[in-house]
Structures are given as C-alpha cells and as structure tokens.
Design a protein around this ligand. Structure first.
Ligand SMILES: [Zn+2]
Length: 134
C-alpha cells in the first residue's frame, strides 16, 4: 500500500545497510524462539529513513510473544529512528500492541526464519513501507 503523495509529502522508504541487516538477522536468530528487540539508529531525510546502526535497548524483556522495553529509559537521541523486533511465528504484520507501542519513525519486524526476505517495515499507521538494502 502506498502513502498518498500530496504536496510537500514524500513517499516513505527505508534504506538498510547490509551490515545493519546482517546484524538484525543474526540477533533474531540468537533470540529465537523468543522475540528480540533492537533500537535502530540512522537518519531520516525527505521521507527516506536510512538505518545504519543497531543499539541493544536497556532493560529489555523478551518472551515468546512479547518484546519490549520502557521507552523512558532511552536517552533522547535524535539518531534513534525506530525499533526492530522479531516475530518467532510466520507473520511479519504488526500486532495491536506493536502499533500502540510504536517508537520513532519506523518499525521493522522480522519473521521466522529470519532470512533476507523476512524483514518488513511499517509506519505508525500499520502501513507497509518499502525497504531496500544498500
Ligand atoms: Zn510484534
């Protein structure tokens, strides 16, 4: 689904560096069968969100159906563009809780088995955003 391209609006897209993608997939595999969660670092420019770094959030809690952390413990850092978490099942769609706990500009979800094509990006409205690996 595409966002409406109105005056002054840009189509959203996500660019993920190859290193960031590989780091995410490795982290998800390590945490399986639990969910894993990482904070995404990068830059947003004209609707394109470039992700080039990963941060393990403090005090994160994970379980088979829950991955979260208290957002208030994160230092205010403008380079945090969102979070990525894994879904040990086979759906990469954001759950209601995922949307309610939306952090930053973008939410990445990786579904099992965490291969290159298993990463999906969503905006705060639950709309899919195109990802490219750079
Ligand atoms: Zn989720």
């Amino acid at each position: 689904m595409r966002l409406f391209k109105g005056k002054g609006e840009f189509k959203r897209s996500v660019s993920l560096t190859k290193d960031a993608r590989d780091g995410i997939l490795t982290f998800c595999k390590m945490n399986h069968p639990n969910e894993g969660i990482l904070v995404l670092r990068g830059k947003s420019r004209k609707g394109n969100i470039r992700i080039d770094g990963l941060v393990v959030p403090p005090f994160s809690e994970t379980g088979p159906a829950f991955a979260g952390f208290p957002h208030s413990f994160l230092p205010l850092d403008m380079s945090y563009v969102g979070v990525v978490h894994s879904h040990p099942g086979n759906s990469a769609r954001p759950s209601l809780a995922d949307l309610q706990n939306f952090f930053g500009l973008i939410s990445l979800i990786v579904k099992y088995p965490y291969e290159d094509d298993d990463i999906f990006a969503w905006d705060s409205g639950g709309r899919e955003v195109e990802i490219s690996v750079i």
